[in-house]
Design a protein around this ligand. Structure first.
Ligand SMILES: [Zn+2]
Ligand SMILES: [Zn+2]
Length: 168
């Protein structure tokens, strides 16, 4: 069993440029617990004012598919995760979903329509690296079982989950 500090110090490679330790304002909804690791997200420029970009399936406010974040301060866009290549099934080439026909969109706060959020992410991690094929055991952080993104609206302070995906 990897202890919790291993995963705290090793964010998955797909999002490693964006992860920082979890700021207190995400508590209590987004918090570390057994089998999970949580990070705050930060643009490489240092700003926490982010828009979450993804695909929309139907009318639900939450997103699906490959995700990216765009910084409200520097305007740069950085990929966050793509379930087709990242996480347990993606890494092993076992994830199949068709996102190409879905419209790309920015997450909008259901309360005020604002797009800028402070974002955090919760990852369900591999408790037993021995469950992984041997060639991947040196990087269990990339084989997360699920990923969920939590946001706090910069305009109205509304809080909630913006994205949730099973990856295994
Ligand atoms: Zn930035
Ligand atoms: Zn809002």
């Amino acid at each position: 069993m990897q202890d919790g500090s291993y995963f705290k110090n090793h964010p998955p490679r797909c999002m490693s440029r964006l992860c920082r330790s979890l700021p207190d304002q995400f508590l209590p909804d987004l918090k570390e617990c057994a089998g999970y690791v949580a990070f705050g997200l930060l643009c490489p420029c240092g700003s926490s004012r982010l828009m979450l970009l993804g695909k929309r399936d139907g009318h639900a406010p939450d997103l699906c598919g490959p995700l990216a974040v765009r910084c409200d301060d520097c305007g740069k866009e950085n990929p966050l995760l793509d379930p087709r290549k990242d996480g347990y099934d993606g890494e092993l080439g076992q994830f199949s979903a068709e996102y190409d026909t879905l419209p790309a969109t920015e997450y909008e706060c259901p309360d005020c329509g604002g797009k800028t959020h402070e974002l955090g992410i919760l990852l369900e991690v591999q408790g037993e690296p021995g469950d992984l094929p041997e060639e991947h055991r040196s990087r269990p952080e990339d084989f997360f079982n699920s990923a969920s993104v939590y946001g706090i609206c910069a305009h109205c302070d509304a809080r909630g989950w913006l994205f949730s995906q099973e990856c295994a």
